[in-house]
Structures are given as C-alpha cells and as structure tokens.
Design a protein around this ligand. Sequence first.
Ligand SMILES: Cc1cc2nc3c(=O)[nH]c(=O)nc-3n(C[C@H](O)[C@H](O)[C@H](O)COP(=O)(O)OP(=O)(O)OC[C@H]3O[C@@H](n4cnc5c(N)ncnc54)[C@H](O)[C@@H]3O)c2cc1C
Ligand code: SF4
Length: 591
Amino acid sequence: MRDVIVIGAGGGGPVVAKELAAKGLDVLLLEAGPRHAKPREEWSTFEEDANNPLSGYFRLGPTDRSKPAWYREWPQNSFVWQLSGVGGTTQHFYGNYPRAYPGVFQGYDGADRNEYDVKHRFPFTYSELVPYFEWVEATMPVMTAAMGTKEQVFFKGAETLGLPVQTTKTTLRPSYRPQENAILQPGGTAGKTSDKNLLNYPQATGCTFCGYCFQGCMRPNGAPRNQFAKRSTDNSYVPMAITANVWARGGKPAELIADAYVTKVHSEKRNGELTATGVTWRDNVSGDEHREDARVVVMAGGCTENPRLWFNSGLPNQNGWVGRGYTDHFFDWMIGSFDDYTGNPKGVGSSARLDYPGYGGLENVGLPPALNAFSGTLSDSGIRGQYKNGRGATGPWDGPAGRVMGPELKELMAGGIDRLLTVLVITDDDVEAQNRVTLSALPADENGPIPKVTFKQRKRTRRTVRNREFMARKAAELLRGAGAKKVYRVDWAPLILHVQSSMRMGESAQNSVLEGSGEARAVKRLFVADNSALANGLGGPNPTLTSQAVATRTAEKIFQTYFDGDPWVRSEAPVVSTDPRVSVRMGQLGL
Ligand SMILES: Cc1cc2nc3c(=O)[nH]c(=O)nc-3n(C[C@H](O)[C@H](O)[C@H](O)COP(=O)(O)OP(=O)(O)OC[C@H]3O[C@@H](n4cnc5c(N)ncnc54)[C@H](O)[C@@H]3O)c2cc1C
Ligand code: SF4
C-alpha cells in the first residue's frame, strides 16, 4: 500500500510528488511515456526528429518509437499539442511563467471586475495563492528573461502603444515587460559565444542562447540534469522528487516508473462514500498489468487524458461536468516581415510580453523554419483572399486574414526567418460547457477507449471573440510600430496547447468537478493536480505557473487531510531545484 500514487509526470504531477516526498510520504509517480534520462544521447536539434507528431521523440506515444503514436479524435483542422514522457508537455514549453490575473479569482474587486469570466472564478482569492506562486517561483527558479534582438524589436513596437513598463509580478493594468521565465539566466561564457568548446558546464551556466527550446533543452553541455537551462519538470521537480531524501529533512525519494499507462482508478464505498483505493497500470513494453493500492490517488494526466481515465474507470459524472469547460486560449498568430535582422530564431523562444487584463496578452515566439511555415498555414479562414465566406477578416493587417500559402509563403520564408517577428495573441477565453472531452466511438487502443475532443471554435462567447479581435489589432499595431513592412494575420485554427479546466475546481457544485482543495466532489481521496483542475482560462496568462502553484496548495491539503500533517508553505523556506545536493545525487543515480 502506497501513501500516494500520482498519475502523469507532466507539468502538474511532479509538483505533488516532490512536495509529498519531501514530507516523507511513500510516493509512486507513474508516467505513460518515455523517461529521456540521457537526452544528449537520445535527442538531436533537428526539428523533424523532435516534433514529428508520429515519430518524433516529443510525441504522444510509448518509448519505442517504432511503435505507433497514440491516436486521438480531434476536431477537424485543429491540432492538440500534448506530449507524453517525463516532463510531459513542459518538455516543449517556452518556460514563460506569468501569474494569472487577479481578476479571475474569488473576491476580486478592481474597477474591471466584470471584465473577466465571472461565472467561473477560482473558489479562493488571489492573495491566498500568492505564497504558492512565490514558492514555485523560488523552486524553479523563475527569472527575468535573458533577451536579444527580437525582444528589442518587440519592445520598440510596444512603446508605440503608449503603455508603461510593468515592474511587479502581479499584473493589474495594461503594460509590457520582459517575460518572467523558468529559464536560467546565462552565466560565465554562456550567451557570449557560439564556440561550442566554450559552452561546457561549469565554464558556462544557464541558457546558452542556442535557440533550440522547441527541440528540448539539454544545455549547457555537461551540466547535471537539474542545472539544464529550461526548467521543464524533467529538469526541476522530477529530479527533486526522486532525490527528496538528500535535500529535505525526513524526505523519502519518490519512485518514478515510466512507460506505465494507468488504465483504471479503483474505487469502493467506504463509510457510505465512494473512495479511491488505487490504480491499475499497464507496462507499454511487456503489456503486463499491475495493480497498486494507495491511501490517496492524484490524477495529473492533463486536460484530455484525465476525463478519459475517469470515464474508463466508471467513476460518476453527477453534474455532467467531467471533461467539460475545455478552454484553450483562443489564440491568433500575427507575422511581421521586416527589411532588417530581427533575430527571431535566436536565443530563448519567447522573452517579451504585453498584457491587457480583461482581454489577454501578446508575446513574441521564435520558431524553427518548419514550425514557422506550419504556423503561417494553420488558419480557419482558408487561403488568404481565396474565399468569400465571411472569414478572412480585414483590418490593420495586410490583406484578409488567412493561410499564407504558395508564392506568398515562399517569399516570406525566402526573406529568412531572421527577418520575421511572430507574435502570439493569447486571449482571455471563457469556460464553455460545449467544449469538452468524451469517449470516442473510434476503435479503442491497447489502453481502452480513446478520448474525443469537441471544440466549437466559431461559437465562442461574445466576450472571447471581442478579446481576440482586440488583441489581434494591438498585435498589428505593435508590429507596424516596430517597423514591419508587411503584417499577416493568420486567424489561427485551434492549436490546443494552453489547455485548461476540463476537470475544473469551482465555487459552484453545479458546474465544477473539484472542491477548492483539488479533491473530487464525487470521489473521496481522489485529487486532480494539473491544468485540468484550473477554474478558468486565467485571464490569458500562460498556465503552468498557476497550475503548479495550485498543485502545491493541493499537496498541502492532501497532507493535512489524510496524513495529519501541517502545512509548510507559509512557515518554511523552499529549496531551489538547482541545489547542489540534487546534482550530486542525480550523478550517483547515473541520471
Ligand atoms: C509548444 C508549447 C509551448 C508551451 N509554452 C508554455 C509556456 O511558455 N508557459 C506555460 O505556462 N505553458 C506553456 N505550454 C503549456 C504547458 O506545456 C502546459 O501548461 C503543461 O505542460 C500542462 O501540464 P499538465 O500536467 O496539465 O499536462 P502535461 O504536461 O501534458 O502532462 C500530462 C502527463 O501525463 C501523462 N499521462 C496522461 N495520461 C496518463 C495515464 N493514463 N497514465 C500515466 N500517465 C499519463 C502524459 O504522458 C503526460 O506526460 C506550452 C505548450 C506547448 C505545446
Ligand atoms: S535557448 Fe532554449 S534550448 Fe537553448 S539553452 Fe536556452 S533554454 Fe535551453
């Protein structure tokens, strides 16, 4: 019998595993995908090798890449960007760590209080979450981003919008700023040279500005795993969880098993209440099934997989909200082409942002060439100018919105990706019951019926549509202000990567799955601790910091409720994930 079983080692699961292992609990962390323990031997910096959704090392599938990826039923024209493996989708992420806007929490009373998703607020206040934000920010650690030319270009454009520079971590008004990133600042020779011989640890520390964030960070060369620049959870929380005995007094190392697909959460009636008792997981390599019992089970498989596992486990869906309210931030993509060098693919992917609380935000995003072409062609409006179906809106961009295709794409790309500036529009979208995960009628795979994602992209609320339109226009203004000779609006189809809320916590039992503690309303001792637990789309900011702050709070609630422990976030100091004790132990473990 384990104390706690955590399902999924992505953005959220390792946070709970690390916190509870540090308190001396017996924690088992099960991850469906691969381990990638030695990325320098397993990864390359080639785009195709990493990002091919069928065969890339960053795909949704088992370790053995000769086996097929796991298929899912998605809305036509969309792309759900989820990864399996230790680190989950944070292996891909850009490390942007802004806090949620205060307006999305209970009790917010600013002048703009009605500008947010007021029907779906968090069931606690922003000030209650602040110590948890601070705890995660210190643990990762989060730093002001290292910046280069593309951020200078972005800021030049942002200045023309007449907004102030933001200087605090809490965003209260329209402003622009360097990102707060979970990426270590360059130190020593890092960032100062492209001579590979000078980019070895410890001569070089932190970000080497290589620009390969999308293919996964394994730098500086020779650095211990917990000193890699990008703080995806495989480089931060997971190393801490499995070494908890060396850096936490009374800590016990969590056990991590990869290639372990959980197919069922077990439950039984205890004292008249349905109670989680353990899991069955399947070894992807041998196909063998294993059963493990636990005092507490934590689901952290992500927004698409948690509802699937819930349904496949036969757990109750009393108010019909399991899988509903799947939000994705109604993204859009703006491309500016410039005569001069912008440095777009160089350095950390995204180090500048602009926020409009109540609407959303903008951030620069540097991409490798194939992804740049993919992003320019992923549109709901069809090919620019070819259709007259009411889409392809016109505005302060050049021509109608839509796919940049054919000769136009060739011209754009031939100008060089280092003469582009690409801006992601991130809207504050509303939780909507119609956007959801159900079980697909397509054939099941080896782990059971697969999930189906339903997304009514063109039936968003008026507020969400307004927000996206407002932010797209601001992005066009910013790009022109920065000196773009041409601005393209793509009208992005759903590229689902900031996915949230499909198992949401909420103020009302009518439209939420979880209590504010993260515990399922319908099943005792079953918690959810990842993006799916978030109450709403956060107002637009990238979700991982908030998810991890909430997961830290959930870990405390588990410890208090089921293990008679005391909370620690307000009374202890966090240990930073780059702590040398973690590095030494990882070396001893050969990891
Ligand atoms: C290209 C890209 C860039 C991004 N950039 C940012 C950014 O800069 N900032 C930011 O905040 N966010 C960013 N995100 C989003 C970020 O990656 C997610 O917020 C975060 O990873 C979500 O964490 P999660 O735990 O909910 O899900 P995931 O990270 O997807 O983790 C779920 C894990 O659970 C495993 N799993 C699922 N089902 C099972 C099962 N049944 N049994 C065992 N294991 C299971 C999966 O294999 C996976 O590893 C980005 C995403 C993408 C795709
Ligand atoms: S640019 Fe990205 S991949 Fe390269 S070292 Fe920095 S964080 Fe890692």
